[in-house]
Design a protein around this ligand. Structure first.
Ligand SMILES: C[S@@+](CC[C@H](N)C(=O)[O-])C[C@H]1O[C@@H](n2cnc3c(N)ncnc32)[C@H](O)[C@@H]1O
Length: 143
């Protein structure tokens, strides 16, 4: 298999929220109080088992409107900081525009997960959801 293989990923859901353009979105989840609902697609509903209000959910999202041709950016658009390689930033602009966000779950109902801390726009594909790593309980050592 080639080192440069192409990977096909099927989203497990989609973000629904009031943020309609990248310019309206908070820069990062850590500074966001925005509400949103992750709609999980039918084949993946069983994967929501155990999900409850109050949990922190790590979401990997595909920033579908982001530029993918830039390898250097001004961090946070601040030109005084100079250009930096995108791998040293959280810029949405990168070859594979995957966002890592931590949302707080406020309600789970059917295929809908209501969350706060949203920093992605309406219609953003959700690639995966994971529990936040913690020292005990669910986390990095789960298999
Ligand atoms: C800097 S990213 C941070 C995302 C994630 N928390 C991370 O650190 O990987 C958040 C920014 O991405 C942009 N954005 C959000 N959703 C997007 C989308 N679907 N397509 C393109 N840009 C998007 C917005 O400008 C938003 O401020």
């Amino acid at each position: 298999m080639s080192d440069k293989q192409t990977i096909t990923i099927t989203p497990v859901g989609v973000m629904r929220c009031a943020i309609k353009t990248p310019g309206q979105a908070p820069m990062n989840y850590s500074e966001s109080q925005a509400l949103g609902t992750i709609e999980v697609f039918a084949p993946y509903l069983e994967a929501m088992s155990g999900l409850e209000a109050g949990q922190t959910l790590v979401a990997l999202c595909w920033l579908h409107e982001a530029r993918r041709d830039l390898l250097k950016v001004y961090p946070r658009g601040d030109r005084s900081r100079g250009l930096r390689g995108v791998f040293t930033t959280r810029s949405p602009m990168r070859p594979n525009p995957i966002a890592v966000s931590e949302f707080t779950v406020t309600k789970v109902e059917g295929n809908r997960i209501e969350v706060t801390g949203v920093d992605v726009i309406d219609g953003t594909p959700v690639l995966d959801l994971k529990s936040a790593v913690c020292k005990s309980g669910a986390g990095s050592r789960d298999r």
